[in-house]
Design a protein around this ligand. Structure first.
Ligand code: G3P
Length: 217
Protein backbone atom coordinates (compact mmCIF):
# COMPACT_ATOMS: atom_id res chain seq x y z
CA UNK A 1 0.00 0.00 0.00
CA UNK A 2 1.22 3.48 -0.85
CA UNK A 3 1.17 6.20 1.79
CA UNK A 4 0.38 9.74 0.76
CA UNK A 5 0.59 12.42 3.42
CA UNK A 6 -2.53 14.54 3.74
CA UNK A 7 -1.03 17.92 4.57
CA UNK A 8 0.52 21.10 3.18
CA UNK A 9 2.88 21.30 6.17
CA UNK A 10 6.32 21.02 4.55
CA UNK A 11 8.13 20.37 7.85
CA UNK A 12 5.89 17.37 8.56
CA UNK A 13 6.40 16.08 5.01
CA UNK A 14 10.19 16.44 5.33
CA UNK A 15 10.27 14.43 8.56
CA UNK A 16 8.20 11.57 7.15
CA UNK A 17 10.11 11.61 3.87
CA UNK A 18 13.34 10.87 5.72
CA UNK A 19 11.74 7.65 6.96
CA UNK A 20 10.73 6.64 3.43
CA UNK A 21 7.06 6.93 4.38
CA UNK A 22 5.96 9.37 1.70
CA UNK A 23 4.88 8.05 -1.69
CA UNK A 24 2.93 11.21 -2.45
CA UNK A 25 1.11 14.17 -0.91
CA UNK A 26 -2.48 15.37 -1.01
CA UNK A 27 -3.61 18.89 -0.29
CA UNK A 28 -6.98 20.62 -0.43
CA UNK A 29 -8.16 24.23 0.09
CA UNK A 30 -8.63 23.64 3.84
CA UNK A 31 -5.10 22.28 4.21
CA UNK A 32 -3.68 25.24 2.23
CA UNK A 33 -5.60 27.58 4.56
CA UNK A 34 -4.20 25.70 7.58
CA UNK A 35 -0.63 26.01 6.24
CA UNK A 36 -1.13 29.78 5.77
CA UNK A 37 0.93 29.71 2.56
CA UNK A 38 0.41 30.72 -1.06
CA UNK A 39 -0.92 27.69 -2.96
CA UNK A 40 1.47 27.94 -5.92
CA UNK A 41 4.50 28.52 -3.72
CA UNK A 42 3.84 25.78 -1.17
CA UNK A 43 2.77 23.26 -3.81
CA UNK A 44 5.99 23.89 -5.77
CA UNK A 45 8.01 23.37 -2.60
CA UNK A 46 6.23 20.06 -1.92
CA UNK A 47 6.68 18.92 -5.55
CA UNK A 48 10.41 19.60 -5.28
CA UNK A 49 10.60 17.46 -2.10
CA UNK A 50 8.58 14.49 -3.32
CA UNK A 51 8.99 12.29 -6.40
CA UNK A 52 5.45 10.89 -6.26
CA UNK A 53 2.10 12.54 -7.08
CA UNK A 54 1.22 15.78 -5.30
CA UNK A 55 -2.48 16.61 -5.41
CA UNK A 56 -3.44 20.26 -5.79
CA UNK A 57 -7.13 21.09 -5.86
CA UNK A 58 -9.04 23.42 -8.16
CA UNK A 59 -11.58 25.78 -6.59
CA UNK A 60 -13.68 26.67 -9.64
CA UNK A 61 -17.05 24.94 -9.99
CA UNK A 62 -17.62 25.24 -13.76
CA UNK A 63 -15.81 22.73 -15.98
CA UNK A 64 -14.13 25.33 -18.22
CA UNK A 65 -12.74 27.21 -15.21
CA UNK A 66 -11.70 23.99 -13.49
CA UNK A 67 -9.79 23.01 -16.62
CA UNK A 68 -8.06 26.41 -16.75
CA UNK A 69 -7.11 26.17 -13.06
CA UNK A 70 -6.03 22.56 -13.53
CA UNK A 71 -3.74 23.49 -16.41
CA UNK A 72 -2.18 26.24 -14.29
CA UNK A 73 -1.66 23.89 -11.32
CA UNK A 74 -0.22 21.20 -13.60
CA UNK A 75 2.42 23.68 -14.78
CA UNK A 76 3.87 23.76 -11.24
CA UNK A 77 5.65 20.43 -11.74
CA UNK A 78 5.33 17.16 -13.67
CA UNK A 79 4.24 15.28 -10.54
CA UNK A 80 1.09 17.34 -9.96
CA UNK A 81 -2.19 15.44 -9.77
CA UNK A 82 -4.97 17.95 -10.39
CA UNK A 83 -7.71 17.42 -7.83
CA UNK A 84 -11.29 18.04 -8.95
CA UNK A 85 -14.51 17.50 -7.00
CA UNK A 86 -16.87 14.70 -7.93
CA UNK A 87 -19.50 16.82 -9.64
CA UNK A 88 -20.67 16.58 -13.24
CA UNK A 89 -18.41 19.55 -14.08
CA UNK A 90 -15.59 17.89 -12.18
CA UNK A 91 -15.98 14.76 -14.30
CA UNK A 92 -15.85 16.86 -17.48
CA UNK A 93 -12.68 18.53 -16.23
CA UNK A 94 -11.26 15.12 -15.30
CA UNK A 95 -11.80 13.77 -18.80
CA UNK A 96 -10.24 16.81 -20.51
CA UNK A 97 -7.25 17.06 -18.18
CA UNK A 98 -6.65 13.29 -18.37
CA UNK A 99 -6.79 13.41 -22.18
CA UNK A 100 -4.17 16.16 -22.05
CA UNK A 101 -1.90 13.79 -20.13
CA UNK A 102 -2.32 15.14 -16.60
CA UNK A 103 -2.90 12.98 -13.51
CA UNK A 104 -6.31 13.72 -12.01
CA UNK A 105 -7.49 12.91 -8.48
CA UNK A 106 -11.29 13.02 -8.21
CA UNK A 107 -12.15 13.99 -4.67
CA UNK A 108 -15.18 14.21 -2.37
CA UNK A 109 -16.39 10.75 -3.42
CA UNK A 110 -19.14 9.34 -1.24
CA UNK A 111 -20.71 6.59 -3.36
CA UNK A 112 -19.70 3.63 -5.50
CA UNK A 113 -21.55 5.09 -8.50
CA UNK A 114 -19.54 8.29 -8.21
CA UNK A 115 -16.36 6.18 -8.18
CA UNK A 116 -17.54 4.30 -11.25
CA UNK A 117 -18.05 7.58 -13.12
CA UNK A 118 -14.61 8.85 -12.11
CA UNK A 119 -13.01 5.68 -13.49
CA UNK A 120 -14.98 6.04 -16.74
CA UNK A 121 -13.72 9.67 -16.97
CA UNK A 122 -10.16 8.35 -16.75
CA UNK A 123 -9.22 9.50 -13.24
CA UNK A 124 -5.78 8.45 -12.00
CA UNK A 125 -7.11 8.45 -8.41
CA UNK A 126 -10.50 8.32 -6.75
CA UNK A 127 -10.70 9.72 -3.23
CA UNK A 128 -13.51 8.21 -1.14
CA UNK A 129 -13.83 10.08 2.17
CA UNK A 130 -14.02 7.44 4.89
CA UNK A 131 -14.15 9.61 8.01
CA UNK A 132 -16.87 11.93 6.72
CA UNK A 133 -19.12 8.94 5.97
CA UNK A 134 -18.47 7.53 9.45
CA UNK A 135 -19.32 11.00 10.83
CA UNK A 136 -22.89 10.66 9.56
CA UNK A 137 -23.26 7.08 10.76
CA UNK A 138 -22.54 5.44 7.40
CA UNK A 139 -19.75 2.94 6.77
CA UNK A 140 -16.77 4.48 4.99
CA UNK A 141 -15.00 1.11 4.73
CA UNK A 142 -17.97 -0.48 3.04
CA UNK A 143 -17.56 2.13 0.30
CA UNK A 144 -13.87 1.28 -0.13
CA UNK A 145 -14.79 -2.43 -0.38
CA UNK A 146 -17.53 -1.74 -2.96
CA UNK A 147 -15.21 0.37 -5.11
CA UNK A 148 -12.49 -2.31 -4.89
CA UNK A 149 -14.95 -4.95 -6.12
CA UNK A 150 -16.29 -2.79 -8.94
CA UNK A 151 -12.88 -1.66 -10.17
CA UNK A 152 -11.57 -5.25 -10.07
CA UNK A 153 -14.67 -6.56 -11.90
CA UNK A 154 -13.90 -4.36 -14.88
CA UNK A 155 -10.15 -3.95 -14.50
CA UNK A 156 -10.33 -0.16 -14.05
CA UNK A 157 -6.84 1.24 -13.50
CA UNK A 158 -7.99 4.20 -11.35
CA UNK A 159 -6.25 3.91 -7.98
CA UNK A 160 -8.38 3.90 -4.84
CA UNK A 161 -7.00 6.60 -2.57
CA UNK A 162 -8.61 6.19 0.86
CA UNK A 163 -9.06 9.73 2.20
CA UNK A 164 -10.49 11.45 5.28
CA UNK A 165 -8.55 8.94 7.36
CA UNK A 166 -8.86 9.76 11.03
CA UNK A 167 -7.47 6.75 12.90
CA UNK A 168 -4.93 3.94 12.79
CA UNK A 169 -7.83 1.49 12.38
CA UNK A 170 -8.88 3.28 9.20
CA UNK A 171 -5.41 2.58 7.77
CA UNK A 172 -5.51 -1.12 8.75
CA UNK A 173 -8.97 -1.60 7.27
CA UNK A 174 -8.18 0.27 4.06
CA UNK A 175 -5.04 -1.87 3.63
CA UNK A 176 -6.96 -5.09 4.39
CA UNK A 177 -9.64 -4.25 1.82
CA UNK A 178 -7.02 -3.39 -0.79
CA UNK A 179 -7.13 0.39 -1.21
CA UNK A 180 -4.13 1.24 -3.41
CA UNK A 181 -3.23 4.31 -1.39
CA UNK A 182 -4.08 5.79 2.00
CA UNK A 183 -3.67 9.51 2.39
CA UNK A 184 -2.92 9.97 6.04
CA UNK A 185 -2.52 13.08 8.21
CA UNK A 186 0.96 13.17 9.83
CA UNK A 187 -0.45 12.73 13.35
CA UNK A 188 -2.27 9.53 12.34
CA UNK A 189 0.87 8.21 10.60
CA UNK A 190 2.75 8.64 13.88
CA UNK A 191 -0.02 6.75 15.70
CA UNK A 192 0.55 3.70 13.47
CA UNK A 193 3.83 3.07 15.31
CA UNK A 194 2.24 3.08 18.75
CA UNK A 195 1.28 0.03 20.83
CA UNK A 196 0.96 -0.11 24.62
CA UNK A 197 2.60 -3.55 24.73
CA UNK A 198 5.60 -2.15 22.84
CA UNK A 199 5.94 0.58 25.49
CA UNK A 200 5.44 -1.90 28.34
CA UNK A 201 7.90 -4.40 26.87
CA UNK A 202 10.53 -1.74 26.26
CA UNK A 203 10.14 -0.44 29.79
CA UNK A 204 10.69 -3.96 31.23
CA UNK A 205 13.74 -4.58 29.00
CA UNK A 206 15.32 -1.26 30.02
CA UNK A 207 14.74 -1.91 33.73
CA UNK A 208 16.37 -5.36 33.47
CA UNK A 209 19.22 -3.91 31.42
CA UNK A 210 19.91 -1.34 34.12
CA UNK A 211 20.26 -4.19 36.65
CA UNK A 212 23.06 -5.76 34.54
CA UNK A 213 25.17 -2.59 34.98
CA UNK A 214 26.39 -3.05 31.38
CA UNK A 215 26.75 -0.52 28.56
CA UNK A 216 26.80 -1.11 24.81
CA UNK A 217 28.48 2.18 23.99
O1 G3P B 1 -7.98 13.85 2.00
C1 G3P B 1 -9.16 14.48 2.39
C2 G3P B 1 -9.06 14.90 3.80
O2 G3P B 1 -8.17 15.94 3.95
C3 G3P B 1 -10.35 15.22 4.43
O3 G3P B 1 -10.20 14.83 5.74
O4 G3P B 1 -10.67 14.77 8.12
O5 G3P B 1 -11.28 16.79 6.76
O6 G3P B 1 -12.56 14.67 6.52
P1 G3P B 1 -11.24 15.30 6.84
Amino acid sequence: MKFFVDTADTAAIAELKELGMVDGVTTNPSLIMKAGRDILEVTKEICDMIDGPVSAEVVATEAADMIAEGRKLAKIAPNIAVKVPLTWDGLKACKTLTDEGHMVNVTLCFSANQALLAAKAGASFISPFIGRLDDINLDGMELIADIRTIYDNFDFQTEILAASIRSANHVTEAARIGADVATVPPAVLHKLAEHPLTDKGLDAFLKDWEKTGQKIL
